[in-house]
Design a binder for this molecule. Structure first.
Ligand SMILES: Nc1ncnc2c1ncn2[C@@H]1O[C@H](COP(=O)(O)OP(=O)(O)OP(=O)(O)O)[C@@H](O)[C@H]1O
Ligand SMILES: [Mg+2]
Length: 392
């Protein structure tokens, strides 16, 4: 089973690459599904083929789907939504305003990922290619399960106990609609689903992300950042696809400067992703829409490579022993020393790069130790754990 997440900045060619990858995968004999969690769907346009909320056959071995995020939202969030709405209404927030509070941005995409999980479990496909929303959204989305799981594990059980005791009294005194036991059950259910998606996406033997970029300054910078964050969250990036590269055969003076600019960025790309498979795709002379053109594009992109092979070369972190110390090495990709923060709290290690954070539950061997240092060297962060002198 393979799940490929195709992501990158807006307009870089994610949908085109997703479609071409899926087609190449199907042509290679894998039962393939290409699906899109980006609410602004354009897979159907790329294939020039009508696609709906349920998978439909495009060619042999290939089905396509554009998930209806709203339907997913109603399916998973409906009950909780109704309960919370009652609370908002009690507080004087009604109508559209309440609706806006109840659904946070990215939620429909999150629930679309639950659908991807269902497809994985169905056993109907060997490969699932996911055309994701642009970088920022995808990242927030991917970190969401961890944030939610933290919340559910820490806050919910307490709330629930309190609620059981306080509900009768509070309801009488305040007329505030109290969350019912059923609400907690619905929330538990969502949490279990999200947890299982997180496990699926975090399992690099199944899921890898492919970053689509263009040789342009801002795109490259954002991709370097995305790479850090994905690594930080423990998601494997197995390929960087450099799209819209000007072919060397162009000698038109109009493009001469562009050629030089691209050459510079291509060099930066090689330096930024030394451990990751880089695949180049030229800028074609026309829009690459429709099955036949996507085939041509896929053939140029992958050449003799298996389009769905995992090109991943390094796991997100490794643990090694140095004397009596244990060193945890995290591949955080590109990061500035100034943007980094490492904090130990009980069983958990919090690592921050810029505005993003991730918490690791420490393995037993590390839990008994204290963090004695953290050092960024190149794209690696080494967190040193020393024996705790206070205990035996
Ligand atoms: N290498 C290429 N050569 C020529 N045209 C291309 C190439 N790559 C993509 N295109 C065209 O560029 C346009 C945008 O590509 P695409 O829709 O795949 O980008 P995207 O990253 O999915 O955009 P969005 O962020 O809006 O979802 C499409 O019309 C596509 O056909
Ligand atoms: Mg797109």
């Amino acid at each position: 089973m393979r799940v490929l997440l195709v992501t990158g900045k807006g307009g870089v060619g994610k949908t085109t690459v997703s479609a071409a990858t899926a087609l190449a995968s199907a042509d290679a004999g894998y039962r393939t599904l290409v699906t899109s969690t980006d609410p602004a769907h354009s897979l159907a346009d790329a294939f020039d083929f009508t696609l709906g909320d349920t998978p439909s056959d495009i060619v042999a071995n290939l089905a396509g789907q554009q998930i209806d995020g709203q339907r997913q939202l109603t399916k998973h969030w409906g009950q909780i939504n109704d309960q919370l709405k009652a609370v908002f209404n009690w507080g004087g927030v009604t109508g559209i305003e309440a609706e806006e509070f109840l659904v946070f941005p990215g939620m429909d995409e999150l629930f679309s990922l639950l659908e991807v999980n269902d497809h994985v479990r169905s056993g109907l496909y060997d490969v699932i290619v996911v055309d994701c929303a642009p970088t920022a959204e995808t990242l927030r989305l991917l970190s969401l399960p961890e944030v939610l799981s933290w919340y559910f594990e820490r806050v919910m059980p307490t709330e629930r106990r309190l609620m059981r005791a306080a509900r009768p009294v509070l309801e009488r005194v305040t007329k505030l609609p109290m969350p019912s036991e059923a609400l907690f059950e619905a929330a538990d259910n969502i949490f279990a689903n999200i947890e299982s998606v997180r496990a699926l996406l975090g399992d690099s033997s199944v899921t890898t992300a492919r970053l689509v970029i263009n040789p342009e300054k801002m795109v490259v910078n954002e991709a370097r950042r995305t790479y850090s964050y994905l690594s930080l969250f423990g998601y494997a990036v197995d390929a960087v696809i450099v799209n819209r590269v000007l072919p060397d055969t162009i000698d038109d003076p109009y493009f001469k400067e562009w050629h030089k600019v691209q050459a510079r960025h291509l060099a930066t790309i090689d330096e930024s992703f030394p451990d990751t498979q880089r695949l180049r795709l030229r800028l074609f002379g026309e829009e690459m829409v429709g099955i036949e053109k996507l085939r041509v594009l896929g053939a140029e992109l992958f050449g003799d490579l298996d389009p769905v092979a995992s090109f991943e070369s390094r796991p997100p972190f490794v643990v090694s022993e140095e004397g009596t110390d244990v060193v945890m090495t995290l591949t955080v990709g590109y990061a500035d020393e100034g943007e980094l923060d490492v904090l130990r709290h009980g069983d958990e290690l919090y690592v921050t790069v810029g505005p993003y954070r991730r918490s690791f539950i420490l393995p037993d061997s590390l839990r008994r130790r204290v963090v004695s240092g953290a050092k960024l060297s190149g794209v690696e962060l080494k967190v040193r754990f020393s024996p705790d002198q206070g205990t035996a």
